[in-house]
Design a protein around this ligand. Structure first.
Ligand code: F6P
Length: 542
């Protein structure tokens, strides 16, 4: 593929995206009464309003040309046909099979692997729900402790929180991810061995943080139960590396499979979702899969101009590449989604934080943005100041639900009004005339000019708004799958491999080396700064 920078659609988009800034968003709405209809997409009870963006018909036309130039259709087909698009690891990318999105080329894998995996999960979950899964002392299990990091932590943790409303409140989920002893200690303080199971979740079963934490927990469990059979009964594994899990001491019947074609950050749909299943039940988990399946079909079949992940990806590229926005913010207006921005950080930044193209050349344009965010309205009372009046331009996605799972008087209406109000304020701003009118007689103020200029909002700031009917398992599945496919499309546009993560390797290797040096009090071949830090650690370490 010729470099993006040489494509005429890319150059035209660059020029047009600058030109369009001559018009404000407010003016565009005034000129075109049909703008909302034109730039919004509805799938039943799901709405994406992207009309508050610096776009016009020409922008979308140029994007459509760009998508043709990069052969997006073909790339989507390659994904769903199981081609080995993760070239650096020579792997297919098939996480969507886990939600039943197979075709004639992938049906066999679905039938032989996914279905069997799901059956094992279902039968375990049924027994668990019926209270048949008992601890060594005969008591029912009520604590599920997941030991895993990255994709083996963030997805299940996010979904367990997001779907708490649908969950069995007698079941407590705990997550040990960090190799920080404080993480583990705080969890173990809360649980007793006889009512707890440990799920060691690691696709590779080679991640040092997970293995160290799991070893510690095993020892802790043995000290409590004084019996290896009890340990065996309470430890489970989710992995693509059964042999290593067995070597670690997990019994084969307690091992749930995943496969090399499920990337860690795309794995919550697999056995990695076991903590989710135990918390919300298998039926709800199936609804999560079904919601994602609906989006898979939409992504495969819908023309690009009304294809939510595709449109979202183009808008992201617009700001990332032509408006030079470094970051992209995600604001769910639902407390249950408090881990969603964090989850998306891995999904997006580990996927698209790349500087080498698929054909091994160095990339000369911006790739993945910095993803961040928090729940509304909390963010409004902290960092929104910078979004409204700072010097940076930050595109944002607002995510809301028309109905709350917990309607309480008028609280939810206020929450929703805040969501809409914020996107309005970002776009509309407040000009000097409005401020002067609001302030009235300047003689009433001793610092009139300071107040006046502080109250001006430039506005013209873009945002997308998602509205779903309610935060249900089905809708959460849709939401996550939308972002997964958006990330894929952006990877296609930037011509990068969104499915490897070599950037995490160097730090792992150097940490091992540092650990070795720390243990041996060795300071050879080390830079001065790191040596100073190690000396300091050595001096004060008790
Ligand atoms: O180091 C990064 C990473 O490989 C992530 O991609 C992955 O989600 C995480 O570590 C955990 O990996 P595993 O599930 O193999 O322990």
């Amino acid at each position: 593929m010729s470099s993006l920078n040489n494509l005429s659609s890319w150059k035209d988009l660059n020029n047009h995206s600058k030109k369009i800034l001559e018009q404000s968003l407010n003016d565009m709405f005034k000129k075109d009464k049909n703008r909302f209809n034109k730039f919004s997409i509805q799938i039943k009870d799901l709405l994406l309003d992207y009309s508050k963006n610096h776009i016009d018909d020409k922008t979308m036309k140029l994007f459509s040309q760009l998508l043709d130039d990069i052969n997006l259709k073909e790339k989507i087909n390659d994904l769903f046909n199981g081609e080995k698009i993760n070239t650096s690891e020579n792997r297919s990318v098939l996480h969507f099979l886990l939600r039943g999105s197979f075709n004639s080329k992938t049906k066999d894998i679905y039938e032989k692997k996914v279905k069997k995996g799901l059956e094992k999960l279902k039968s375990f979950s049924t027994k668990f729900q019926n209270g048949e899964t008992k601890g060594f002392s005969g008591k029912k299990i009520k604590n599920i402790i997941n030991i895993g990091i990255g994709g083996s932590d963030l997805g299940p943790k996010m979904v367990c929180e997001a779907l708490k409303y649908y969950s069995n409140r007698d079941i407590n989920n705990y997550f040990i991810s960090n190799v920080d002893p404080s993480n583990l200690s705080e969890v173990l303080l809360n649980v007793n061995a006889e009512e707890s199971i440990f799920i060691v979740s690691s696709k590779s079963f080679g991640t040092i943080e997970t293995l160290k934490n799991a070893s510690f927990c095993k020892k802790w469990f043995y000290n409590k139960s004084k019996n290896n059979d009890h340990v065996n009964k309470h430890f489970y594994a989710v992995t693509a590396n059964t042999e290593r899990a067995k070597e670690f001491g997990i019994k084969e019947k307690n091992i749930f499979p995943i496969w090399d074609w499920v990337g860690g950050r795309y794995s919550l749909w697999s056995s990695v979702g076991l903590p989710i299943i135990l918390k919300i039940g298998f039926d709800n988990f199936e609804m999560l899969l079904k919601g994602a399946n609906e989006i898979d079909n939409h992504f495969k079949e819908e023309p690009f101009e009304s294809n939510i992940p595709v449109v979202l990806a183009c808008l992201g590229v617009l700001y990332n590449n032509f408006h030079n926005c470094e970051t992209y913010a995600i604001f769910p207006y639902d407390d249950y989604l408090k881990y969603f921005p964090k989850y998306l950080q891995q999904a997006d930044m580990e996927s698209n934080g790349k500087n080498i193209s698929k054909d091994s050349s160095e990339i000369k344009y911006n790739t993945g943005p910095i993803i961040w965010g928090d729940v509304g309205t909390n963010g409004q009372h902290s960092f929104f100041q910078l979004i409204h009046q700072g010097t940076k331009n930050i595109p944002c996605d607002f995510i809301g639900f028309v109905n709350s799972n917990n309607e309480k008087e008028e609280l939810h209406e206020i929450l929703l009004s805040n969501l809409v109000g914020q996107t309005m304020a970002l776009m509309k701003g407040k000009n000097i005339l409005e401020v002067e009118k609001e302030l009235g007689d300047e003689n009433n103020y001793h610092n009139y000019n300071i107040i006046k200029s502080s109250k001006i909002f430039k506005g013209n700031k873009p945002s997308n708004t998602f509205l779903f009917n309610k935060l249900t398992p089905y809708n959460l599945g849709r939401l996550i799958a939308i972002y997964e496919h958006k990330i894929f499309v952006q990877g296609c546009i930037w011509n990068i491999n969104s499915f490897d993560q070599w950037g995490v390797e160097l730090g792992k290797i150097l940490s091992d080396e540092v650990y070795d040096k720390l243990c041996k009090n060795d300071r050879s071949q080390i830079d001065n700064s790191s040596r100073g830090q190690l000396d300091f650690i050595e001096k004060f370490r008790q």
